[in-house]
Design a protein around this ligand. Sequence first.
Ligand code: PRX
Length: 659
Amino acid sequence: MTTQTQDTSLLESLEKERRKFPPPPEFKKKALVKSKAVYKEADSDYEAFWAKYAETELHWFKKWDKALEWNAPWAKWFVGGQINISYNCVDRHTTTWRRTKAAIVWEGEPGDSRTFTYQDLHREVQLFANALKDLGVQKGDRVTLYTGMVPELPIAMLACARIGAVHSVVFGGFTVEALRDRINDSQAKVVITQDGGWRRGSIVPLKQFADQAVQGCPTVEKVVVVRRAGEKAPVTMQAGRDFWWHELTAKASPVCPAEPLDSEHPLYILYTSGTTGKPKGILHTTGGYLLGAHMTAKWVFDIKDEDYYWCTADIGWVTGHSYIVYGPLSNGATSVMYEGAPDFPEKDRFWAIVEKYRVNTCYTSPTFIRTCMKWGKEYPNRRDLSSLRLLGTVGEPINPEAWIWYNETIGKGRCPIVDTWWQTETGSILITPLPGAVTTKPGSATIPFPGIAAEIVDEQGKPVPPNTGGYLVVSRPWPSMLRSIWGDPDRYVKQYWSRFPGRYFTGDGARRDKDGYFWITGRVDDVVKVAGHRLSNIEIESALVAHPAVAEAATVGRDDAVKGQAIAAFVVLKSGNNPSEPLKQQLKQWIGQKIGPIARPDDIFFSADLPKTRSAKIMRRLLRDIAEGRVLGDTTTLSDPKVMEDIRQSYIAEGKEEA
Ligand code: PRX
């Protein structure tokens, strides 16, 4: 298989990896799942398996009539059932001893902290649900949440879910245009934002960005503002449109029962990058999503009542939705949430948090682990990490070297590592070890979660033999799968279900070894993973060509030792513009403003033309060769092979060396 984006150095290191780590006996003794019996049970009848846990693990106002209705690719789970996710994550714990247990333990970047027991959360969620109703929000209405990592964010999500409003969280690191597009695509009625958010000791003016975005959003009627930065982020409140969170909740009635909702009622839309310029609104619904998030949180993170569980992701991404908010809270766990940057005020901040709260489980990204390796052992070594018992990673492939470092330096060889593979679309973890039952191998996400049918197929959709690369697909529906793309059902069918009919196409390349372990090697489409953030080449290219000096642009993801991949952009200027260092900086800044700082290219190369096939398709493979300093690949299909030589010269002129 030839894939455009597979990381060659990663492939080589995965090929060589042979080490195995069985569950440590101490861990296994107390683990919720100790044997592989659940896999057999799930495989013998996956519908019955999910139905059993839906019944025993979740609260339903009305039981479903049918566990699954599958008209490929349209799935309905727990048909006829009535449920509320906010009830499951909050109310049901308030009638048990967990009423006084910490639900959310929040640490602010400047060092302040807040703890919400389940009872506190119950009160806050009801107040804000009523505040939303007072603003005219009704069942089915969309609400955009654009804040930093403040406790009001999960409270607002749970409040929306409580009344059947559909939330759409937009990552606080996105800027005006990205926010505007997402609000407009979902046609949100209300936007919830924050005066300003802390980032490395300075303030990001979120309300100002929201004001600018909302100017172009005709559906938005009201804006709610959380006060966090106070006088450090002065805001202008537009009378009749803008309301302070604390003023609304001070007036709101304290009781708001959770609405019984159809199991398939839309829960949230979350935008993610695909292979076109337009982000996709991934739609998740209620009952099935909750079951997926609940069961995976329980078994993968082996959640115990006494645990402090910490997922370091941002709630702006799916990881935060499923594993800071819904999965842990549904399990009645204590979920730690941190507002700020990992290197503020010092590079040991995450480990200081582990030490301060005696965190037991830490779920983070390979990029963060590689960054820590670069910073050096002295930072984790300064802190007492003895409370840790389980470690996790997500978002991108982890190279064996980083896995081993994580195991030794952070886990002190005592903590199993769960490398979890999943996607915004899958809603919950699909490929992962269960830490008390599955032997791990560094760099492998191991085996599918019970009930999940993952396979690797060739171009024709035929399963490939062991140790052969291919495309990762899922061959059976699962409860937390996306139901559609918001407003674009055709794209849902085309994007995920057409390439291999009857099977869900993940967009990832992988191989499976003779033990049945999966080794994910990365995207095989135009999606790039930069520091675990999912970006689309075409989205960045469209933003580049919107700049007045740019005629054409092509971007590729190149290998990066820390971030996994970095963006390299090749830019053809309009006549009258000359390549220069200031223009390069201007273009980087432009992308930062158009999309957000995470999408800023690391490298920009100016060239006179772009390499295209005779059918005018940009040959990214060749650009990747250049960006990674490799000798040029086959250029025989180029319409004008000389173009590559010109680009190569511009690369060398940058002072870069060919590999
Ligand atoms: O390429 C895979 C990579 O992240 C993609 C999904 O990105 P996103 O929707 O942003 O969700 C990230 C968090 C769930 C996948 O298609 N990916 C995710 N987890 C892993 C991974 N690649 C390798 N190993 C993983 N554990």
